[in-house]
Design a protein around this ligand. Structure first.
Ligand SMILES: [Zn+2]
Length: 382
């Protein structure tokens, strides 16, 4: 992963693609070093005998059964013609991240201690006191700007003051010792995620992937924080944590249109199948009263999830970042990466998020010197 810095170009960028092309990958040495440390710790963990032997056995079993899952896994990584050694190496890493961690607490002392040691050592090194201070400062900047953005919105005062109170209360969640942390039941939330909003605690969890933003730029992390802050009052959370009507219906309707990001609605068609299952009664009630929420049990993979909460969080992050003087073009460089989304994903495509939400914000366009000939539709509060 790299930090992105703008190269001097005489032609103003017109689209997200143009903007992404002007960003030159250039690693930020400090964060890149920590990322290397993390990668080598992960490798070490994946090669630990209790993890590696289970991984190798699983691989042999899946290959001899010609499992479609493993063939697909190889295809996605171009491993069909790779030397066997490379396949084993890549599989061990994948197995370590995906399967070994999720077994915690496994009850097998050796495996549990290996997992604890791996996660604690990464946490202590990557998030030492100095790095925590840097990240906390970026978060504080994001939160202050978020407060300013909300103060500027012309929305009912009752809604505004509820949002402001909740935002001011948001803090970061740092892991101390893994075994007693809230990550103990979901170690992958620490290893495979960056920043993630937890509505129950009103906290933003910090995971290892936070490094990916930092390697690009501090503004990239600041924007990611603003997106998470947006989740504290998005269309899904509103019903559970606020009283009164959602004050951003105009924005929501606009984000649904194809001239904007075209946020897809949750597909409730398959819900009929669940209607006579008593164990689903509560989920059905939640889904009905929160039409833009995606919950653990619905929609299942392949069925369209609602894209409004993610689109709204991006929209809010754009509003927050538009208040920054001197905006880095890399402020959302992570979205320059083309990522294959799973069918029914709750996210619009990366390029659309960048183009139709962030780069639709008039002040951001001006700050980044985007040409005005192809301006996408901007969704405003009014
Ligand atoms: Zn999000």
């Amino acid at each position: 992963m790299f930090a992105y810095k703008i190269s001097h170009s005489a032609i103003p960028a017109q689209t997200a693609l143009d903007l992404c092309k002007t960003l030159q990958p250039k690693g930020d040495a400090h964060w890149a070093e920590l990322n290397d440390y993390y990668k080598s710790s992960l490798k070490q963990f994946a090669n630990h005998k209790s993890v590696a032997s289970a991984a190798d056995q699983t691989l042999t079993r899946l290959l001899s059964a010609k499992s479609p899952a493993i063939l697909n896994w190889m295809k996605n990584r171009n491993l069909f013609d790779a030397p066997e050694d490379d396949v084993v190496k890549a599989w061990r890493i994948y197995y370590a991240e995906t399967f070994a961690l999720s077994q915690y607490p496994s009850g097998k002392v050796d495996l549990d201690v290996t997992i604890e040691t791996f996660i604690n050592s990464v946490n202590n090194k990557v998030f030492d006191a100095k790095n925590k201070k840097t990240i906390q400062k970026i978060f504080d900047r994001s939160k202050n700007r978020a407060v300013q953005a909300v103060q500027k919105f012309r929305i009912p005062p009752a809604a505004q003051s509820q949002i402001l109170k909740r935002i001011r209360d948001i803090d970061l969640y740092w892991m101390k010792a893994f075994a007693t942390s809230k990550f103990r039941n979901r170690p992958q939330d620490f290893i495979l995620w960056g920043v993630a909003y937890d509505p129950v605690g009103n906290k933003i969890q910090i995971g290892v992937e936070t490094l990916n933003y930092l390697m690009m730029s501090e503004d990239n992390l600041m924007t990611a924080f603003a997106h998470e802050i947006g989740h504290s009052f998005d269309s899904c959370r509103w019903g559970s944590f606020y009283t009164g009507d959602f004050p951003f219906n105009t924005v929501a309707e606009c984000l649904r249109t194809s001239e904007s990001v075209g946020a897809k609605k949750r597909d409730d068609g398959p819900l009929a199948k669940y209607s006579d299952k008593p164990e689903f009664k509560e989920v059905l009630a939640t889904l009905k009263s929160n039409p833009t929420c995606n919950v653990k049990d619905y929609p299942p993979p392949g069925v369209q999830a609602d894209q409004l909460p993610e689109s709204f969080a991006d929209w809010f992050a754009a509003e927050v970042m538009s208040l920054e003087r001197k905006l880095a073009p890399s402020m959302r460089a992570d979205l320059c990466v083309d990522k294959t989304l799973t069918d029914g994903s709750s996210y619009p495509a990366n390029r659309d998020r960048l183009e139709k939400i962030y780069l639709a914000q008039p002040t951001i366009r001006k700050e980044l010197h985007m040409s005005s000939s192809t301006t996408p539709k901007y969704c405003s509060v009014k």
